[in-house]
Write a protein that binds this ligand. Sequence first.
Ligand SMILES: [Zn+2]
Length: 322
Amino acid sequence: MSEPAREEMYSRSAGLIENGVLANKRVLVIGLGSFGGTIAVELAKAAVGEYSIMDFDKLETHNIVRHACSLRDVGRYKTDAVEDLILGKNPFAKVDKFRMDVKADPIASEREIAKADIVIVATDNNDSRFFINKYLIKHGKVGIYGRANTRAEGGDVFVQRPGGPCYGCLVGTASFDQAAEEVSSEEAGRRSGHIAAYTAPEDAAAVVQVGLSSDIAPITNLMVKLALVELSRGTDSGISALEDELVYDYWMWANRRERRFKNWSPMPKAGNMPTILRWYGARIKKFDGCAACGGSVALDTGDALPKFTNDDTSDVNVDLNI
Ligand SMILES: [Zn+2]
């Protein structure tokens, strides 16, 4: 098949996004699972032109029902499979692949963060998030973090902007439930500490619980919109109108009324109370004592996670009641 004309490919999104601007924007996607893989492909559909994609893992059969890739990709490295997906949607894209854990080569990781216009933080553990946080602060980059909660009962998104609250500030806030993390595989659970080192494999399997792809989709969708708005800043494009909406640092979504959300009211009876299937945004205060961005203590990401005490959130637009 001959290469299509760029104008023809993106003719239908003209005005909504400035695809000539996005073609020169660079996105670093760290973690290419059901979050990172989907987000990379969606950004390719929106004409974003330059990518660094990073993941050490191969696709396994059990990944496929939630992943943008398909059964024919089982056994391939996620970097190779996701590169194909990006180029299938945007043949003009430039893709640099890094088949590694983000912490394995700090020099390469820092270089890619410094080069990127935006960083998608789609890893599955806090250790890597704190590592990335350090370089986002150092290089003044926007980072968009996203995760599913336990069995994708819900999920949350955090936007880190230069000079604003960092991931360390978020982890210290009272409304952020650090432990409410989906455990998508035994390996990921052991890495994140949700499965203790002494847990036998048969017991560990019970901890691995994932939700549906349709539970992940709202979360990746918001992350894509946040990314497109950030990348489109300063352009006169339709999506820029969302700059007035997508102002919060922290976003929360619930898929089902269970576990943390079990006391939430059914939508028709909720009145002003929170309900499932809608976004709630909050501003997070920058924490003066934050070891990551406060400047008073150097953060050694090789050590155990730092502990913060920060009970300050402000401008929460709903009482989350959890
Ligand atoms: Zn901080």
